[in-house]
Design a protein around this ligand. Structure first.
Ligand SMILES: [Zn+2]
Length: 290
């Protein structure tokens, strides 16, 4: 069974290569909440394996956080996977698409960028978030003034795996197997994933669990806790709300707690002792699995 083999701190002066020797690597460029200040910055991460890389989420702080934590330039990212439409997860994506269209592809001969996104979420992200800033073409081509999502990026579209006990999508991309499961994030009154705004977490290669933004969801953890090598989980330090309270995690079985690492935390995290857990996920660390 796959396990967490090593944790190696990146020196951002020596940019992370976005390649591995074949092992799966997870690198957070940010580990904080939407309102976390430096150095945590907003949660987002890279998945790398062999020659494949995927950046999961790009909020307002992502371009600077990425280069500060890993030495990687935001425009070196070729593949993006947005989990949900909150600003701390998608606000930099329009900028990324625009760079490719007007600089990366025509002048630097870079291949088209790739967005990994389900069929249901695709029009929501385009129509409600990206289109307002990105649809205005710099020139009229084929009589068209306005651009659509497909003008900006190629797509990899995960397919439905199961609907119950919750919707799970899956896709194989570049040697990485992704499962995207729906989470229970907003509104705080939703009764389950069906009446929550669309939001995903991930299981990578059937063993690396990253919760995405979610309220505490015992049923979700139970779906994956036996097969997971490590579980990176959303946390907050107060009850209720739309994230998962630390105190709720304290009731988990020991074998789950010891492989649970927290993400999306606020700057006062050091006031909370978590010796029974794996720890706080750290920026710029290569979590190497094998
Ligand atoms: Zn969110």
């Amino acid at each position: 069974m796959a396990r967490l083999l090593d944790k190696v701190l990146i020196d951002p002066k020596v940019p992370y290569s976005l390649k591995t020797d074949g092992n799966l690597e997870l690198v957070f460029y940010g580990v904080g909440s939407m309102f976390a200040e430096r150095p945590l910055r907003q949660t987002g991460f890279l998945l790398c394996k062999g020659d494949t890389h995927i950046m999961v989420d790009a909020g307002r702080t992502a371009p600077e956080a990425l280069v500060d934590a890993t030495g990687v330039k935001f425009t070196d990212i070729q593949v993006m996977l947005p989990t949900h439409s909150h600003p701390d997860h998608v606000n930099a994506i329009g900028e990324w698409l625009t760079w490719y269209r007007y600089i990366g592809i025509p002048f630097l001969k870079r291949p088209r960028p790739i967005t990994i996104i389900g069929e249901t979420y695709m029009p929501i992200l385009w129509n409600e978030t990206l289109r307002g800033g990105v649809k205005y073409n710099e020139r009229i081509e084929d009589g068209r003034k306005y651009l659509n999502f497909g003008d900006m990026t190629d797509f990899i579209i995960p397919k439905f795996k199961v609907f119950q006990p919750r919707e799970v999508l899956e896709v194989d991309f570049g040697g990485i197997h992704l499962e995207l499961f729906r989470t229970v994030h907003v509104p705080d009154s939703s009764g389950g994933w069906e009446d929550s705004f669309i939001s995903y977490g991930l299981v990578v290669d059937d063993h690396l669990f990253i919760s995405g933004d979610t309220r505490f969801d015992r049923g979700l953890l139970q779906m994956y806790e036996r097969q997971s090598s490590a579980m990176f989980c959303d946390v907050q330090f107060y009850p209720a709300g739309v994230h998962a309270p630390l105190n709720d995690y304290r009731g988990l079985p020991g074998f789950v707690k010891e492989k649970t690492y927290f993400i999306h935390y606020s700057n006062d995290y050091h006031r909370h002792d978590i010796p029974e857990f794996g720890g706080w996920a750290k920026q710029g660390v290569r979590y190497i699995f094998g």
